[in-house]
Design a protein around this ligand. Sequence first.
Ligand code: GTP
Ligand code: SAM
Ligand code: SF4
Ligand code: SF4
Length: 321
Amino acid sequence: MVLIDRYGRPLLKLRIVVDSECNFNCFFCHFEGQSRHVPSLTPEDIGFAAEAAMRIGVMDFKLTGGEPLLRRDIIKIIEELSLRKPKDLSLTTNGYLLGELASRLHEAGLMRLNVSLHSLKPERYAFITGTSPKVFNKVIDGLMKAKDAGFTNIKLNMVVTRVNVDEVDDLISFAAKHGFSLQLIELMPVGYGEVNFDENYVDLNTVVKQLMERGRFLGSRVDLHNRPLLSVDGVKVEVVKNYMNPSFCAGCTTMRLTSDGWLKTCLYKPPSVRVWDLIKSRDLEGLIKAFQRANELREPNFRNTDNQLRLSNIKVRLRVG
Ligand SMILES: Nc1nc2c(ncn2[C@@H]2O[C@H](COP(=O)(O)OP(=O)(O)OP(=O)(O)O)[C@@H](O)[C@H]2O)c(=O)[nH]1
Ligand SMILES: C[S@@+](CC[C@H](N)C(=O)[O-])C[C@H]1O[C@@H](n2cnc3c(N)ncnc32)[C@H](O)[C@@H]1O
Ligand code: SF4
Ligand code: SF4
């Protein structure tokens, strides 16, 4: 069984925001649209929430944050999820603590890793992430340790802004050299990303157009946002172009479980459904109902209103006829 929302979109994936804290301070951080410095669910709570999600057909879990590797019990969280045998279990990290944790993450059952890497220039990396230039080498070391630990499917996340758009080719070369794939992410006007959006936004379509001069289109991810997949210089490049993109939202198959126990139906905006008490009291039926309710409330953020008008006109005409 899979839940379908009012716009015909299946609910396939849960992004679990495991914490609201971070050791970095990226100038664009959206913090998954959740509040800072709030309490967090325990590993057992998260496992229980995943169980309810699996009952309604969600088999794909993404751990994110804040910085998920700051949780001292991150291994236990992964074990709790892994024992329920999901189809996909992945984590997105800034990579700072990856060197220390990579082997244990792999052993605990984590299947995939996305590592944010917005620049290959230590000074610029520090500027973007609000850290010191020494941090860059630690992140690169973490990436190499993750590869050695057995992670075969590592995606580099690059949020493309005016600060780093000149490094897209360098990131492709770096990914090619080390066997990673690359995810180009358009800046989203959420959280800090909203505050400095105008001076930093780059339309990803312009970047993709240039890449297509030497790359080829492999297809779209219909399971997730209809994201285009390209092959450029032998590297798989995934395009996360969200801003003003109705096709992206039409393919939205996700919702978020925030660290303080809300089902957040969209990154950008309410509504959210509170599930903290249902999780804490282990009310499985109540939690399944809350998932169903949140799914009914899901709405695409960017929509092609012209098309929608045309569609509703057709429906009206059919009814009248
Ligand atoms: N607007 C929006 N952005 C999303 C959504 N899901 C993921 N993103 C963004 O996509 C970018 C990449 O997210 P990741 O955490 O690396 O995960 P992912 O690529 O979505 O997931 P996988 O393909 O499973 O690895 C980040 O900027 C996320 O904020 C969504 O539903 N809506
Ligand atoms: C919120 S972070 C949490 C995980 C981890 N701290 C990290 O940075 O990888 C998840 C992903 O969202 C990206 N991101 C953060 N703010 C963004 C924004 N305003 N627009 C687009 N992507 C953003 C990050 O670069 C990262 O790849
Ligand atoms: S994007 Fe990730 S690493 Fe950067 S501040 Fe946000 S949570 Fe921290
Ligand atoms: S509907 Fe909201 S959460 Fe879904 S893809 Fe669009 S912006 Fe993201």
